[in-house]
Design a protein around this ligand. Structure first.
Ligand code: NAD
Length: 474
């Protein structure tokens, strides 16, 4: 049956579409007005979802892994086949321009397909006449998956793919700001996975804490802010649930004096501002060697003036609005704080008057202690600072509780590798940025995370080793 992507947003519990007595409103950030509503899952429905996932786990875990992999692969095909419909909906709820929205859907589909090729290892420690000792990896049970609003589809599928391949079942909750695409994906996948394997629920601010304290979950996989991540970890401690936490970042990029400014300016600009800078691994502190500082600043300012910020459904829009009012106010507060403290702000092109729009803003060489340098903005305000000495700039880059990603820009790749190794982050890019792959682990050092996603390491976070000792000849 054809799916209506414009209305009837239902949760998926035990393979069925489920509405709720209550609902939450979903706002189009380009207009600031509500355009849809989603179910507000109540406690009984959460219990139903967990019970369905628990029942499904018994059979799902017993399926040969090749069958689970095939279904995850099929889910990728189904997602890709509906990329256009989902992209239009994505833009309305998330704000990102339609072409870039479609890239996210297709990227998530590729992720499902790539992870479906992964098989956990089995180790044999001894296979003698006396005994065989093997360690295999077994699934954990029901996974609680909680996603944020900045990459709602990608970051959900990063959890769905490995968890299901590993043999777990799941209850997934999107952010209350961006539930719609995820709910529709749940509807699409009802024909793919057996009932109960993947349950998708939506709700308001109370639902996350209900989930993390629910005793039916074996593990929580959470992506969101560091502050919430700490609450999740505390909640998980009660039952010693396993956790993977993908949290905030305040990523530094270091630009060495030997770069070709015309070549790197565009790349650095979009590494900072793509998705209106609402990316955990966006460049959020830009350290530029003093000898090239003015040249890079002027080039970035020129790009900022040319880039159209507006409604993502309009032709030519490159950057959309801030996704929600709360985040809009937070970013505006940081900009006001910079202004009040007399910092020099360079503004890009004008923005529409209604909706949650903020012009691209570059802060010209603010003191290291300013809030705009110290805090994760998660919006289009980029502090750029001068440096003279490499050791000193590495110390400044590392002087953060965060440690998600970082970047080094230099023609001298040996020197860049040396700097990269000294950055206290889970990912470092050299002469590129924002590049992540399904086969490569991604995670944060320090308060940016706990555990990893992606790669074999990410798959094994959804499993636990089981050692089997078999005595022979007895
Ligand atoms: P958030 O922490 O406010 O919310 C994330 C999710 O957690 C939402 O689904 C929310 O409903 C839920 N939630 C809120 N309070 C909860 C609680 N007490 N218990 C359980 N769940 C709760 O984050 P956000 O504003 O949606 O996302 C932005 C943040 O996410 C930024 O800090 C960004 O850097 C980070 N992020 C990190 C990664 C990564 O992979 N490291 C990726 C994307 C975003």
């Amino acid at each position: 049956m054809a799916i209506d992507f414009n209305s009837n947003y239902t949760m998926t519990i035990n393979g069925k579409g489920v509405v709720s007595p209550g609902s939450i409103e979903v706002v189009n950030p380009a207009t600031g007005t509500a355009f849809a509503s989603a179910p507000d899952c109540n406690m009984t429905q959460l219990d139903d979802a967990v019970a369905a996932a628990k029942a499904a786990f018994k059979t799902w875990r017993k399926l040969p892994i090749s069958e689970r992999q095939a279904l995850v692969r099929k889910a990728g095909e189904v997602l890709a086949a509906h990329a256009d419909d989902l992209a239009r909906l994505f833009t309305r709820e998330q704000g990102r321009p339609v072409d870039a929205a479609k890239q996210e859907i297709l990227g998530a589909a590729q992720w499902l397909q790539a992870v479906s090729m992964m098989t956990p290892p089995m180790h044999v420690s001894e296979d003698s006449a006396a005994q065989r000792i093997e360690t295999q990896y077994v699934p954990l049970g029901v996974i609680c998956a909680i996603a944020p609003w900045n990459f709602p589809v990608t970051l959900s599928m990063w959890k769905v793919a490995p968890a299901l391949v590993a043999g777990n079942t799941m209850v997934l909750k999107p952010s209350p700001f961006t539930p719609l695409c995820t709910l529709k994906i749940g509807e699409l996948f009802r024909d793919v996975f057996p009932p109960g394997v993947l349950n998708i629920i939506s709700g308001g601010d109370q639902l996350g804490p209900w989930m993390t304290s629910h005793p039916g979950f074996a593990k929580i996989s959470f992506t969101g802010s560091t502050a919430t991540g700490k609450a999740v970890l505390a909640s998980a401690a009660k039952d010693l649930k396993r956790v993977t936490l993908e949290l905030g970042g305040n990523d530094a990029a270091i630009v060495m004096p030997d770069v070709d400014l015309d070549d790197v300016a565009q790349k650095i600009f979009f590494g900072a501002f793509f998705n209106t800078a609402q990316i955990c691994v966006a460049t959020k502190r830009l350290y530029v060697h003093e000898s090239i500082y003015d040249g890079l600043r002027d080039r970035l300012a020129a790009i900022a003036k040319m880039v159209k910020v507006g409604d993502g459904t309009e032709q030519g829009t490159v950057l959309g609005p801030i996704q929600n009012k709360r985040q809009y106010e937070r970013v505006m507060e940081l900009i006001d704080d910079a202004r009040k403290n007399g910092l020099t702000l360079i503004e890009g092109a004008g923005v529409p008057a209604s909706g949650y729009f903020i012009p691209v803003t570059i802060v010209d060489n603010p003191p290291e202690a300013s809030r705009v340098v110290q805090e994760e903005a998660f919006g289009p305000v980029l502090p750029m600072m001068k440096f003279a000495d490499v050791d000193e700039v590495i110390d400044r880059a590392n002087a953060s509780d965060y440690g998600l990603a970082g970047a080094v820009w230099s023609k001298d790749t040996d020197k860049a590798m040396d700097i990269a190794r000294r950055l206290e982050t889970g990912t470092v890019w050299i002469n590129q940025n924002l590049n992540l792959r399904p086969d490569t682990p991604f995670g944060g050092h320090k308060q940016s995370g706990f555990g990893v996603e992606n790669g074999m390491e990410g798959l094994l976070e959804y499993m636990v080793p089981q050692a089997v000792y078999l005595a022979k000849g007895g």
